[in-house]
Design a protein around this ligand. Structure first.
Ligand code: NAD
Length: 266
């Protein structure tokens, strides 16, 4: 049997993580920094992104912050070029930035539809495309998308989000096919529920729209009752992101991992 001599790890690699001023993205940036990567905190909110980069630098790791609205082609392209100038290339992209707007589909405005698709799906495409250009030149790279249980299943009130997250899975699978001969892989993390500002702000909104209690939203809509109240932590999701990035070969590509205590097994 052929032995794989390369070891798991990301030491010295350059990783851009979008939406990393908060929540899942921040946890992934911290995990990558712990693994010895140079991390780029790319977020809409430069002030918080800078504070996160400073926190990471205080641990002795390398980090930089850039303002990047992932729905803006111009900002993404400029941000990626700035990273290449500073660090010489890009080994890992985690396309993680995401937003949510909950609303019944019958009254959902096209403007809000475009907003959700613009960040969650267009943003994933734009950032992946900008990084792939450099990864193809280097003939190596790992792209990781933060999908969701909603990449594979639907919930009421989340039409645009569910459509976008299903789209992310399709995008990742296509990049896996096209990227293979260029040394680039592409995978998706599908968290179920993780307590972050994105979720916390939805609970009272859904309770009001559905006319139920916040506990009912947690147990019946977010289906915490199905996992006996267990939810993945930020660290759980970050560890999966580390695994996808640290694999020494591209044997895992076009794959998705559900991180959800068995809520959805796919
Ligand atoms: P969060 O709200 O804590 O963090 C989102 C981050 O994205 C913020 O720092 C925000 O400033 C940034 N952001 C928003 N719009 C942006 C834009 N246009 N450009 C760049 N950055 C932008 O949310 P989170 O829960 O950590 O979500 C991260 C990802 O995980 C999202 O893609 C979300 O859909 C996905 N997800 C979350 C859960 C969950 O339960 N929290 C479950 C499944 C998937």
């Amino acid at each position: 049997m052929k032995k794989n001599n390369e070891k798991m790890g990301i030491k010295g690699q350059v990783a851009i993580i979008t939406g990393s001023a908060s929540g899942i993205g921040k946890a992934i940036a911290e995990r990558y920094a712990m693994g010895g990567a140079k991390v780029v905190i790319a977020d809409f909110n430069l002030e918080i992104a800078t504070a996160v980069a400073e926190e990471i630098k205080a641990t002795g790791a390398e980090a930089m912050a850039i303002r990047m609205d992932v729905s803006s082609e111009k900002e993404v392209n400029a941000g990626v070029e700035a990273v290449v100038k500073a660090y010489g290339g890009i080994d890992i992209l985690v396309a993680n930035a995401g937003i949510q707007i909950v609303h019944p589909i019958g009254e959902f405005s096209l403007e809000d539809w475009h907003k959700v698709l613009g960040v969650n799906l267009d943003g994933a495409f734009i950032t992946a495309r900008a990084c792939m250009k450099h990864m193809y030149l280097a003939k190596r790279g790992s792209i990781i998308f933060t999908g969701s249980v909603h990449s594979k299943a639907a919930s009421p009130l989340k039409s645009a989000y569910v459509a976008a997250k299903h789209g992310v899975l399709g995008l990742a699978r296509t990049i896996a096919k096209e990227g293979l001969s260029h040394g680039v892989r592409s995978n998706v993390i599908c968290p179920g529920l993780v307590m972050t500002p994105l979720i916390e702000m939805q609970i009272p909104v859904q309770a009001k729209m559905l006319g139920i209690s916040e506990d009912d939203v947690k147990n019946k809509v977010l289906r915490m009752a199905d996992t006996e109240g267990m939810v993945a932590t930020l660290e759980d999701v970050a560890e999966v992101a580390y695994f996808f990035a640290a694999m020494p070969t591209n044997c895992l590509t076009g794959q998705s991992i559900d991180v959800n205590y068995g809520l959805l097994c796919s």
